[in-house]
Design a protein around this ligand. Structure first.
Ligand SMILES: Nc1nc2c(ncn2[C@@H]2O[C@H](COP(=O)(O)OP(=O)(O)OP(=O)(O)O)[C@@H](O)[C@H]2O)c(=O)[nH]1
Ligand SMILES: [Mg+2]
Length: 337
């Protein structure tokens, strides 16, 4: 994955009718895909299903549901690697990442797109901000999520309300800034995962977006229970990986600042929610998300949504990310314990 493209730190995104790619990592989700695809809003330009070597009919079902679906086979294992492979295959202006298990509602995509069009670089779904809710999270995981969230907010000065939720959307030009593990690196022969290939990916992406000075917004999102099948996530093992990710990202941020790659302070002040009281009711959300008439998005109102978002780096600051930083990240791609 190239690391030299421009960052997402822009004062405004200047695209009112962006094309939208949806990336869906899937591991044995044949029974859930029909529910997910049925709720995709009209006007999505590209649907990319990243298969993790499913042993069921995930790939066939995806093709039956949507003949124009792009199927990507991931290069290693884990959700993180699946997402990196999916991002690399995207051609849309905007990338939305959702799950294949029915827990994330594709009908919410327009809310994310509207915030991006209004000027955000990166928009995070949140189950715990206004308009959000989870029908799925257990008390233990909520406790863990709250604790991890607090650690991040203290260390990075952010105001995330839901660190470990994987429903995000961002401009495609943000991808290189995320510095995800190179998809062409070989799969470890001992069966372990490269750092960033597992469920820590969501935390890594969220922190890097904020620490890089992007304008980060949050959208209230309702998480549903997985419809069929079992979770691939292990609360303690993956919770520990997330904690490790937080500290490793903190070190990364400090190294980057020391190296002078960024002159400004860390830019990290999100409001709990970017959803306003006059946000459209649920049925109205299911509208065309791209190539919408200009009137579908109220620029003035949406500016207010993002006015509170963290300050983006100036373009010249953003352009100073160094190649050696990218190499350092690769060098740190350590193996799973
Ligand atoms: N391609 C691919 N997809 C994966 C892999 N692991 C998980 N996924 C997909 O990633 C999404 C989220 O995985 P889940 O197992 O539901 O984990 P989760 O949503 O984080 O956790 P729960 O809240 O317990 O469901 C689903 O669409 C999975 O099919 C993987 O190794 N490869
Ligand atoms: Mg799930």
């Amino acid at each position: 994955m190239p690391h030299s493209a421009t960052t997402g730190n822009t004062p405004s995104n200047h695209i009112s009718s962006p094309t939208v790619s949806v990336v869906i990592p899937a591991l044995n989700e044949e029974r859930n895909l029909p529910h997910v695809f049925a709720k995709l809003p009209e006007g999505i330009d590209e649907v990319i299903v990243v298969d993790g070597g499913s042993v069921d009919r995930t790939v066939e079902v995806a093709r039956e549901l949507r003949p124009d679906v792009v199927i990507v086979q991931q290069t290693r294992t884990g959700k993180g690697n699946a997402l990196a492979c999916g991002f690399a295959a995207c051609t849309g202006d905007i990338i939305v990442m959702i799950d294949a298990d029915g827990s994330t509602d594709p009908a919410e995509i327009p809310l994310f797109v509207e915030q991006l069009v209004a000027g955000a670089d990166f928009v995070k779904g949140s189950r715990f901000s206004k308009g959000g809710h989870s029908h799925d999270i257990t008390k233990l995981r909520k406790l863990g999520n709250d604790g991890l969230n607090l650690v991040v907010n203290v260390l990075f000065g952010t105001r995330f309300t839901d660190l470990c939720y994987g429903y995000n959307a961002f401009w495609r030009r943000v991808v290189p800034v995320l510095d995800l593990p190179e998809i062409t690196l070989p799969r470890p022969t001992d069966g372990s995962k490269l750092w960033g290939d597992g469920f820590e990916i969501e935390t890594m992406i969220n922190i890097r977006a904020a620490a890089d000075g992007m304008k980060v917004g949050e959208v209230g999102s309702i998480e549903h229970e997985r419809i069929h099948g079992q979770s691939n996530l292990n609360t303690f093992r993956d919770g520990f990986r997330v904690l490790r990710t937080i500290f490793s990202e903190y070190g990364r941020m400090r190294r980057t600042r020391r190296s002078g790659a960024r002159r400004g302070g860390v830019v990290v002040h999100q409001r709990p929610s970017a959803v306003t009281p006059d946000a459209p009711p649920a049925p109205a959300r299911n509208k065309v998300v791209n190539r919408a008439p200009a009137a579908a998005v109220n620029p003035a109102a949406d500016r207010q949504h993002v006015a509170h978002l963290n300050r983006g780096l100036r373009r010249d600051e953003a352009g100073t990310r160094r190649a050696d930083d990218a190499r350092a990240v690769q060098a740190r791609a350590t193996r799973e314990d």
